[in-house]
Ligand binder design. Sequence first.
Ligand SMILES: NC(=O)c1ccc[n+]([C@@H]2O[C@H](COP(=O)([O-])OP(=O)(O)OC[C@H]3O[C@@H](n4cnc5c(N)ncnc54)[C@H](O)[C@@H]3O)[C@@H](O)[C@H]2O)c1
Length: 323
Amino acid sequence: MTKKILITGGAGYIGSHIVEILVKNKKKIFIIDNLSTGHRRLINKKATFYKADINNATLINKIIIKNKIDSVIHLAANLIIAESEKYPKKYYKNNVIGTQKLLKACKNSSIKNFIFSSTAAIYKDGQYKVNENSKIKPKSVYGKTKIKCEKYIQNFCKKNKINYGILRYFNIAGSSPSGKIGLINKSDHLFKNFSREIMKKKPILKIYGNDYKTKDGTCIRDFIHVMDIADIHFKVLQKIDKIKISKILNCGYNRGTSVLEVAKEFKKLAKKKVKILVTNRRKDDLVKIIASNKKLTRFIKWKPKYNSLNKMVKSCLNWEKRQ
Ligand SMILES: NC(=O)c1ccc[n+]([C@@H]2O[C@H](COP(=O)([O-])OP(=O)(O)OC[C@H]3O[C@@H](n4cnc5c(N)ncnc54)[C@H](O)[C@@H]3O)[C@@H](O)[C@H]2O)c1
């Protein structure tokens, strides 16, 4: 059974939630993070923290060997789509080369399992509902770096007899009921922007375009609660370890929620006057994308626990109030 787990990017938003669940389940956790977008306050006190970069293969290899680590969950990456278009080299170096260096550090070591954070941004635009065999054609440099990583991981793990789990996340929102961790800074995150706005005296929730061909004219996403994402990591890791198998899995609810529905839920829970303002469409926004999650639900016999918009919005507001 997997016991000692290395998490890259464990001082980040999603990583800190995964660490929280794994610590609760008595796993011994080692975090590697360079704190470029992560935060010390998100680091779980029960984990061993190394301020290090995934590009430092020699150091990471030493950490793996010294601590007899058996599994890696690899989240460390840059992930702002607009920034990736502006600085493609930075994204290629950090995401692709960084992943290759990390894999190098796992070579000839005790690593048996490798979980990777991929994204829905690798799928071709306009497919509405996607399964793991849907067309891959990332629009952004960010998406391109992630699909490159997927390929490297598959090849490397096959050669080195490591089980891999490639998890393609859809849109993540919410925060832990512990109130200790949450999303600190993200410029292009819908739930974060709305939460920040609600804290103001006269909140205005901005929606970019309501003339799309959708049920209410606004864009549609498959939002998934970060606690459910964390739970998926725990369960997928246990399963690939137990039955020695590798999988690529979409992580979403198989359900679309419109941006207007999200705005209305914030308005309902705000307990003050809130204005919803529709402005022009933004360039490059996908109209709708929803995860077919059949493969995931079958593989780990998974039932989400936090799949209500109300829970997601409430947890965002609770976290934001503490900031
Ligand atoms: N947030 C989302 O909605 C979403 C959706 C799909 C996929 N993902 C993926 O999930 C992962 C985590 O995303 P997040 O939202 O928690 O972002 P985040 O920025 O909060 O976390 C990333 C963490 O990685 C660290 N990091 C970055 N480069 C590093 C390096 N070279 N060496 C060591 N540490 C490094 C950062 O300091 C940060 O703590 C990413 O791989 C991202 O691509 C996120």
